[in-house]
Design a protein around this ligand. Structure first.
Ligand SMILES: NC(=O)c1ccc[n+]([C@@H]2O[C@H](COP(=O)([O-])OP(=O)(O)OC[C@H]3O[C@@H](n4cnc5c(N)ncnc54)[C@H](OP(=O)(O)O)[C@@H]3O)[C@@H](O)[C@H]2O)c1
Length: 282
């Protein structure tokens, strides 16, 4: 019998990494790495473990994924999001390496971004992702996946956009969401499913992986409230025009046609996905 492929999944304690570990198809043995298992900032420990385990591939989900946290801690964001990616991709020189990047590499002035559009990040988080992409791109065996807002049930219950919103609603608070800021939301479970297909087909280069529906933050919130049947009135409509704070990208919706042609399933429209998954943790 053919041995299954051993795949390092970093960020396994996070939203997407956890789904990736849980949804591994036949033929793959994921090795989920949480921060407790392996601190990626400790380069010599990472190298020793990599040499000892000699994985067949890496799906790199670990990052500081909070945009505001990156803005407040730029050096840590740089080390975690750029340097660890660079180091891991160099260890993975001769094996598939799938790096999870973000729609926030774009400035949001265009929308429906395709893979060949030029990054122009507005935030430190986006900058770290764009810089990490440049390192990963150097190896033609490697893959860059830009995804959008992912939702689901994270191990810590505080990583998905749905989890933040639900906590706010259940605390009886109100949340203002922009009617003029657009993303392409997707369930992290669907993201994980696509990631395994990407690895299995050895797709390389840059690919966009997101939901097939462009939605405003406000509409995303309202869809979720309707799904939960609670909190509709606690979601207030706001506009980027009235917002004062670090720059925000208005429309980072992603066009995923390039990836879609290679997938066995359609990337879902978020509203339809919710209807089809009434018991999903959204
Ligand atoms: N979720 C989204 O909407 C979204 C959208 C676009 C792109 N992405 C990207 O997709 C990837 C996965 O996102 P996610 O939502 O799953 O993020 P997440 O829930 O925050 O998970 C990231 C994980 O990385 C871990 N990590 C951070 N620093 C580490 C270190 N030094 N060593 C080991 N592990 C470390 C974190 O550990 P701690 O929990 O201990 O901090 C966390 O468990 C990230 O690259 C993110 O930037 C996510």
């Amino acid at each position: 019998m053919k041995a299954s492929k051993r795949v390092w999944v970093t960020g396994a304690g996070g939203l997407i990494g956890n789904y990736v570990v849980q949804t591994a198809p036949t033929g793959y043995s994921p090795i989920g790495l949480t921060r407790q298992d392996l601190d990626l900032l400790d380069q010599s420990v990472v190298e020793n473990r990599f040499r000892a385990e000699n994985p067949d591939a890496i799906i790199h989900c670990a990052a500081i994924s909070s945009n505001p946290f990156c803005q407040e801690h730029p050096q840590l964001a740089q080390r975690t999001n750029v340097e660890t990616t660079q180091i891991l991709s160099s260890f993975a020189e001769s094996i598939p390496f799938v790096f999870i990047s973000s729609d926030l590499v774009f400035d949001g002035k265009k929308g429906a971004y395709v893979e060949s559009d030029s990054p122009n990040p507005l935030s430190k988080y986006g900058e770290t992702k764009a810089e990490a992409e440049m390192h990963v791109m150097k190896n033609s065996r490697h893959t860059i996946i830009r995804t959008s807002l992912n939702g689901g049930k994270s191990p810590t219950r505080n990583r998905g956009f749905n989890e933040h919103l639900q906590q706010t609603i259940r605390a009886g608070k109100k949340m203002t969401l922009f009617t003029d800021e657009y993303r392409s939301p997707i369930s992290a479970k669907e993201t994980a499913r696509a990631l395994w297909e990407i690895l299995n087909q050895n797709l390389t280069g840059i690919l966009h992986l997101a939901g097939a529906e462009r939605l405003s933050r406000f509409n995303i919130g309202r869809l979720l409230a309707d799904h939960w049947q609670e909190g509709r009135d606690q979601i207030l409509a706001g506009s980027l025009n009235d917002y004062k704070g670090p720059p925000r990208a208005a429309d980072t919706s992603l066009c995923c046609e390039k990836l879609q042609t290679n997938l066995s399933f359609p990337l879902p429209r978020f509203s339809q996905w919710l209807q089809g998954n009434p018991t999903a943790p959204f």
